[in-house]
Design a protein around this ligand. Structure first.
Ligand code: NI
Length: 400
């Protein structure tokens, strides 16, 4: 029993010895190190030696590096842009689908060049439904909403109705069905004798077919069809495709088609901001001019996304559309054909995309059908000229 007690005592002593003789590392303000026993540490501290965290501080740089520096050198590092608080070096950025991320400041410009913005409002768009309700959505959702019957402007969400007695009124599209059932009509009564002022001099109604996102592998088929029918159209081209499809671009120009700008890489102009938009359009137009000798005069914003500041920066008219075939979504020639032929009226601008084979199939039927109906198929600039022209910085979705 006594022997066991001694053994326990011996173990306690053995455990205590290293504790009482523990070593401590202390630092001078200049970073020198000294290892002393914990018993002596108190007196060294009184002589101006410190624990490590009293002498060193963790700091961060704008590109996310972290390092430990002496407190006496802290102001020198701060002059070079390093900070103790990493939050001072990070910025919240937003992308067009509503994702937000904290980005080190050194990488902010790179992100913004790729379409990230500083405030969520810059990547949101207000849309109006057919009853006049407004909702703000992320730009990524805009195309889907437009396909579901939302509109960018109150004007587009309304429709003008006519009765047989020469009365007309403008109502929300949601209200129009009931009125149509009561005998109101979408088309005005035929004019008695004089032709409407906006019919071109040769008397034929005009329509501007437009093709976005090309040139592409189906552009030639569309050009063949336009050429065969003596028709003109407008191609809003994407700059980074022009190298691959330079022959198609040149042929568009040679056939007298209008070439417009649809950005360099299909980035949203509202995400690029005013100066980004100006640079993007210039880069695209420079390339078109280099390849064809003709400089585009009109712009179609990707996703139809625009605001006053990017329109002003662009220095050109923004051309939207009032007949959206949704050809990119349905990829169905019948559906594209019907979208045009069911609605088309004098002064309309029709949106299609020359990068889909079913669209080329549809165009081969749409163009002769429109010609047969008596339409003159013209470029956007020709249509605008016949209707009093257009101005830089303004947006147009038809020329009635
Ligand atoms: Ni597009």
């Amino acid at each position: 029993m006594i022997r066991r007690g001694l053994a326990v005592l011996l173990m306690i002593v053995l455990l205590c010895v290293p504790v009482s003789a523990r070593e401590v590392t202390l630092y001078s303000v200049g970073g020198r190190e000294k290892t002393v026993s914990s018993d002596e540490a108190g007196s060294w501290r009184q002589k101006g030696w410190f624990d490590r965290d009293e002498v060193y501080t963790d700091i961060y740089s704008g590109d996310g590096q972290e390092r430990e520096v002496l407190n006496i050198e802290l102001s020198l590092w701060e002059e070079r842009g390093w900070r103790e608080d990493p939050e001072q070096l990070r910025t919240v950025l937003y992308s067009w689908d509503g994702t937000s991320e904290k980005v080190w400041n050194d990488f902010v410009q790179e992100r913004m060049d790729n379409g990230w913005v500083r405030t969520p409002e810059e990547v949101q768009t207000a849309l109006c439904d057919g009853s006049g309700n407004w909702e703000t959505v992320w730009n990524a959702e805009v195309e889907g909403r437009l396909a579901d019957g939302w509109y960018r402007t109150e004007e587009e969400a309304k429709v003008r109705l006519y009765d047989g007695d020469g009365n007309s009124k403008t109502v929300w599209k949601a209200e129009s069905e009931a009125l149509l059932a009561q005998g109101w009509s979408l088309t005005p009564p035929a004019p008695a004798e004089t032709a409407p002022a906006n019919v071109p001099s040769d008397g034929r109604p005009m329509v501007a077919l437009t093709f976005d996102d090309g040139p592409g592998p189906y552009t030639d088929r569309i050009l063949d069809c336009l050429e065969k029918n003596g028709a003109k159209a407008t191609f809003f081209v994407v700059g980074n495709r022009l190298g691959t499809y330079a022959a198609q671009l040149r042929r568009e120009a040679e056939l007298g088609m209008e070439i417009g700008c649809h950005s360099w890489a299909h980035s949203s102009f509202t995400s690029l901001g005013a100066s980004g938009t100006a640079a993007d359009i210039k880069r695209t137009n420079d390339r078109v001019e280099e390849l064809t000798g003709v400089r585009p005069m009109i712009v179609r914003p990707p996703y139809g996304s625009h605001n006053a500041s990017v329109r002003e920066a662009a220095g050109a008219p923004f051309i939207l559309w009032n007949i959206d075939t949704l050809d990119w979504k349905t990829k169905n020639a019948d559906s594209t054909f019907n979208a045009v032929l069911d609605k088309v009226k004098d002064g309309d601008i029709v949106l299609m995309h020359d990068i889909h084979s079913p669209t080329a199939d549809a165009v081969e039927r749409i163009v002769p059908a429109l010609v047969k109906r008596g339409f003159s198929l013209v470029t956007v600039s020709e249509l605008a000229a016949a209707r009093g022209g257009m101005s830089a910085g303004k947006a147009y979705s038809s020329f009635r």
